[in-house]
Design a protein around this ligand. Structure first.
Ligand SMILES: Nc1nc2c(ncn2[C@@H]2O[C@H](COP(=O)(O)OP(=O)(O)OP(=O)(O)O)[C@@H](O)[C@H]2O)c(=O)[nH]1
Length: 216
C-alpha cells in the first residue's frame, strides 16, 4: 500500500492524463473540527483506524484501481479554522482545486451539522460567482456512537437532497467498506460530471462547426 504525502500546500494539478488508464481526482474534505476528517482519510488510504491523528493539514495521494483503471486520488484533509467566521471556512482556492467535495459532520454533534449547512450555503454562493460547480457528498460520521446520536439520518439525507449532494452515514472507527463507498461514490459523480462537460464541449464544437460554416 503506497500512500504519498504530497505536500502541506495543495498545488496538485487538475489533470486528466493523456493516458486513458490514469486519471487524477482531487477530493477536498471539509467540516468542523473533530468530526473525523482525518480518520476517514486514513481509513480510505490505509484501511486502518488509528484513533488519534493530530492537527495536520495535508494533501495525500493514493492510487486505486477502479474498473481496471488507475485512479489517483489526491485528498486534501483540511483544517477547520479556529475562531472562524463561517464566511472564511471555505476558500476560492480550495474550490478551484477540487474535483469533488466531502462535507463531514458527526452524528453526535449538532454544531458540526450546522457547520456543514453553513459551508454548503457558502460553497453554493462561491460556485455561482465562479460559474462552475463540482459534485459534493454529505457524510455523517461516528455512526458507531448511535447511543449519542443527536442528528437523525433523515436530517442528513434532507440536507443532502436539498443541496443536490450524495449522502452517506459511516463509522470511520468501525468499518472500511462504508468509507470506501463514500470515495467511490464521489468518484462516480465526478466521472459523470466530467462526461457531461465533455458532452457539452462536443455539442458546442458541433454547433460552432455548423453555424460557423453557415455564416461563411
Ligand atoms: N467513535 C468514533 N470516533 C471517531 C470516528 N472517527 C473519528 N473519531 C475520533 O474523533 C476524534 C477526531 O478525529 P479526527 O479524524 O482527528 O477529526 P478531524 O475532523 O480530522 O479533526 P481536526 O483535525 O480537528 O479537523 C478522534 O479522537 C478520532 O479517534 C468514528 O467513526 N467513531
Amino acid at each position: 500500500m503506497v500512500v504519498e504525502i504530497k505536500s502541506n500546500l495543495p498545488h496538485c494539478s487538475k489533470a486528466i492524463d493523456g493516458n486513458q488508464n490514469k486519471v487524477e481526482v482531487n477530493i477536498l474534505l471539509l467540516g468542523a473540527e473533530n468530526v473525523g476528517k482525518s480518520a476517514l482519510t486514513v481509513r480510505f488510504l490505509t484501511k486502518r483506524f488509528i484513533g488519534e491523528y493530530g492537527n495536520i493539514e495535508s494533501v495525500y495521494s493514493h492510487v486505486e484501481k477502479i474498473d481496471r483503471r488507475d485512479i489517483s486520488f489526491n485528498i486534501w484533509d483540511s483544517l477547520y479554522p479556529q475562531s472562524c467566521e463561517s464566511s472564511e471556512s471555505v476558500s476560492e482556492e480550495q474550490l478551484r482545486w477540487a474535483d469533488g467535495i466531502v462535507l463531514v459532520y458527526s452524528i453526535c454533534d449538532r454544531a458540526s451539522f450546522e457547520v456543514v449547512q453553513q459551508q454548503i450555503t457558502l460553497i453554493q454562493k462561491l460556485f455561482s460567482s465562479l460559474s462552475f460547480s463540482v459534485p459534493m457528498v454529505v457524510v455523517g460520521n461516528k455512526r458507531d456512537l448511535h447511543h449519542r446520536r443527536v442528528v437523525s439520518s433523515e436530517e442528513g439525507r434532507l440536507l443532502a437532497l436539498s443541496a443536490d449532494c450524495g449522502f452517506f452515514e459511516v463509522s470511520a472507527a468501525e468499518a472500511y467498506h462504508g468509507v470506501l463507498l463514500v470515495f467511490h461514490g464521489l468518484h462516480e459523480l465526478i466521472k459523470e460530471a466530467r462526461g457531461v462537460k465533455k458532452g457539452a464541449a462536443g455539442i458546442m464544437g458541433i454547433m460552432k462547426t455548423v453555424f460557423g460554416k453557415k455564416r461563411e
